[in-house]
Design a protein around this ligand. Sequence first.
Ligand code: NAD
Length: 330
Amino acid sequence: MEREAAKERIEALRQVLDTYRRQYYLDNQSEVTDAEYDQLVHELEGLEKEFPEFRSISSPTETVGGGLSPEFKTVRFLKPVLSLGNLHSKEEFFEYARRVEGWLNKPGPLPWTMELKIDGLSVVLDYQEGRLLRAATRGDGLVGEDVTANVREIQAVPTRLNAPISGQFRGEVYLPRSRFAAINGDRAERGLPLFANPRNAAAGSLRQLDPAITRERGLAAFVYEIRELTQGPDIERQSHALQALAEWGFSVEPHWRLCQTDEDVQAFIDTFLGERPPLDFDIDGLVVKLDRLDWQRELGATQKSPRWAMAYKFPPEEALTRVQDIVISV
Ligand code: NAD
């Protein structure tokens, strides 16, 4: 592509992606599917790579998507709440794993934990001596929305843990499929607009000014990360963190596995790409995380995502033929 044409396309893509982000994160709506959105991001990444003079730190490829509704108090994070980079095939995973081995200068294969990527919305939870103090959405990754009153209405998020733990944890709030079907059935009977998917329904149900509405929607949540532990045992592996989180009373998605070899990783991916075990929640992929937390710290993160973890996104179920039209029509 010519330089001028590339510049125009980059600008058009950034504009359309910003619009989709606002709709998705602030209005809990999507005009395009996630696969269509991801395809546009992929195109923008390609152009920014080819024409690095047009790169920008505020591009959707470099920033954590999200936003802040003026209706909520804000919470500033001491450590950014990041997104994840994407992998789309086993080959891409193996290339990534070899890169990580090179960065760390360690012979592979390294141990990876593999988890399900729950399609909900990210929350950050603060506990003091085992009591839930505060809950926030991811917001723009630096500042989130205070949704403590609403999260207290989610039964799966303990207001008291089984141990006097203090720290910050990260998880995903989601709407079980069975609840989604029931809520939409009820809305249809009452002539109300239906929710497009469980993810948007979950986001709309959590980001409510009236916590009673959150309660009646029947949200659930899984916790998958210790961001900080100011009081509690020393934990040096993600697999140990998942076990400890469950022992303390958090709801932890149980299908995760510690994979020690490339074959283990391959088998885990195959299980979830093929005939999946039945789940009462949507997943949009898997997450691979370096198991050792000291190595995670050594690798650190970019402005947008950690270098020690990746989302393994499932192939889109629908064709992406609309993508070109979408940008052109903006
Ligand atoms: P992401 O959803 O691709 O990955 C990061 C998120 O995964 C984390 O924030 C976390 O909330 C979640 N997650 C779920 N399970 C996890 C686990 N076990 N471990 C770690 N993280 C886990 O990235 P994102 O920045 O949150 O969102 C971008 C995605 O959102 C896009 O790729 C697209 O699919 C979707 N999106 C869609 C639209 C649209 O208009 N359709 C607009 C914006 C974004």
